[in-house]
Design a binder for this molecule. Structure first.
Ligand SMILES: Cc1cc2nc3c(=O)[nH]c(=O)nc-3n(C[C@H](O)[C@H](O)[C@H](O)COP(=O)(O)O)c2cc1C
Ligand code: SF4
Length: 423
């Protein structure tokens, strides 16, 4: 099968060089894009069915169509790459940046051209030092070949690209908090509307896009929307980077057709559970998605089908729970992370998550009560969509609400036996 995103990855894990990238057809998508009107590049992306790979799955071409275009549009316009990737269990963007940095840079230039952006920022997770060094080098190479900068390849189009290292908070991945961080302000989310497409960075039209999303863009321009749709097993176009972590035989990351069934990813690619362990459940798309269990394993991993099963595709990187790991302990660990990472802007989130975390810890330590179970259920409703300023808190309680649903007996045992049965 075709692997447009990872097909050039080197087995020694070094970055693909500029020469090898060009030899494999790299920067041809850019050459082609520059011969097409910007709005028509956006139309190609719209037709391809590309949906954002950062978690929400918003149709990419449609998002671009909200950006004011033409001579009366406000400038400068910005394209911002969301390379924050702090979702626990998620490591797909890091692989793309470390292994093939020119692929991301080409995607950035083509996407920026499509919205007539003047400046692009790559907002990079602080710990991603290797990604930083390889992107910095690739950017310098791209400048010497006039892929970036003034009058790109004689087209009259100008674009600056800057690499910005995050000071490091999970909330900086939320696109409007990211824009505040980039402006040097406190990183809390902004009220929407206005949406960034109209009033984003420094109040100017801005598109924020995930790394994996952008890596697809120039392939679509080069090969066409029908080719892209043909890569997928379902109605959402393209391939997808799927990951598996947890106690499986071969944890890792694979580029597969969008809509590959969960079971195939888990058993054929991740090698199934380690000897002596049995599968209990998984978070399909990173820490802030609902658990799914055995009965869901034949679900195709795409946006619509995972949602029908009761969760979200999220980042497509699964975290697996086995039968020798305490689900209460696992959920406590996640809620501990979320309580620490709440930006503190709205009360239900910062107060509710730290309360939730304390109750789960007490349960793990054999000090929980039956009333605590009701309080946990209350918290999942209290922090549901619409009750907090941004999507962080509803995401944070997704693993908890589904653990209470599927592993409720484990919670009750902790309370009734006044101990963790796994210890
Ligand atoms: C709390 C929170 C954290 C997020 N973290 C990331 C992230 O690290 N990377 C990312 O691409 N999107 C993240 N998102 C989603 C972004 O807000 C935004 O939807 C995304 O960058 C848009 O790009 P896409 O359409 O290409 O997915 C996060 C959202 C929330 C609510
Ligand atoms: S929901 Fe949490 S992360 Fe989002 S604004 Fe409120 S306090 Fe901040």
């Amino acid at each position: 099968m075709e692997k447009p995103l990872t097909g050039n990855f080197r087995s020694d894990k070094q970055a693909v060089s500029l020469e090898d990238y060009e030899r494999a057809g790299g920067y041809q998508g850019l050459h082609k894009a520059l011969t097409i009107a910007p709005a028509d590049v956006g139309e190609l992306v719209k037709k391809s069915g590309l949906r954002g790979r950062g978690g929400a799955g918003f149709p990419t071409g449609m998002k671009w169509s909200f950006v004011p275009m033409g001579k009366d549009a406000p400038h400068p316009k910005y394209l911002v790459v969301n390379a924050d990737e702090m979702e626990p269990g998620t490591f797909k963007d890091r692989a793309l940046m470390e292994r093939d940095p020119h692929q991301l840079i080409e995607g950035v230039i083509v996407a920026a051209y499509a919205i007539e952006a003047d400046i692009a920022y790559i907002f990079l997770r602080g710990e991603y030092v290797c990604s930083h060094d390889r992107l910095e080098r690739a950017l310098a190479e791209a400048k010497t070949k006039n892929y970036v900068g003034h009058n790109i390849l004689g087209s009259g189009y100008n674009l600056e690209i800057h690499l910005h290292v995050s000071a490091g908070r999970y909330i900086c991945g939320e696109e409007t908090a990211l824009l505040n961080a980039l402006e040097g302000k406190r990183a809390h989310p902004r009220t929407k509307p206005p949406f960034p497409q109209v009033s984003g960075l420094f109040g100017k039209p801005t598109i924020v896009q995930n790394v994996e999303t952008l890596c697809n863009v120039h392939h679509i321009v080069k090969n066409g929307p029908d080719w892209f749709r043909g890569l997928s097993k379902t109605e959402d176009g393209g391939t997808k980077l799927y990951g598996v972590s947890g106690k499986v035989k071969k944890p890792g990351l694979w580029e597969l057709p969008m809509g590959t069934p969960m079971r195939e990813i888990l058993e054929d690619h991740a090698g199934g559970m380690r000897d002596g362990l049995h599968f209990r459940g998984l978070l399909p798309g990173g820490a802030s998605t609902d658990f799914l269990i055995e009965e869901h394993l034949d679900t195709p991993m795409d946006y619509g089908n995972v949602q029908k099963a009761g969760s979200r595709l999220g980042t497509g990187t699964m975290v697996v729970l086995d039968d020798k790991t305490c689900p209460v302990g696992m959920v406590w660990n996640l809620e501990h992370f979320f309580a620490q990472e709440s930006c503190g802007w709205c009360t239900p989130c910062w107060s509710g998550l730290s309360w939730t975390e304390k109750i789960l810890l007490a349960m793990e330590q054999g000090k929980g009560s039956r009333q605590d179970l009701d309080t946990l259920t209350f918290q999942t409703k209290f922090l549901a969509p619409g009750n907090t300023f941004c999507a962080f808190a509803p995401g944070a309680v997704e693993p908890l609400q589904s653990a209470l649903k599927y592993f409720g007996d484990d919670f009750r045992k902790h309370v009734d036996e006044q101990r963790c049965p796994w210890k």
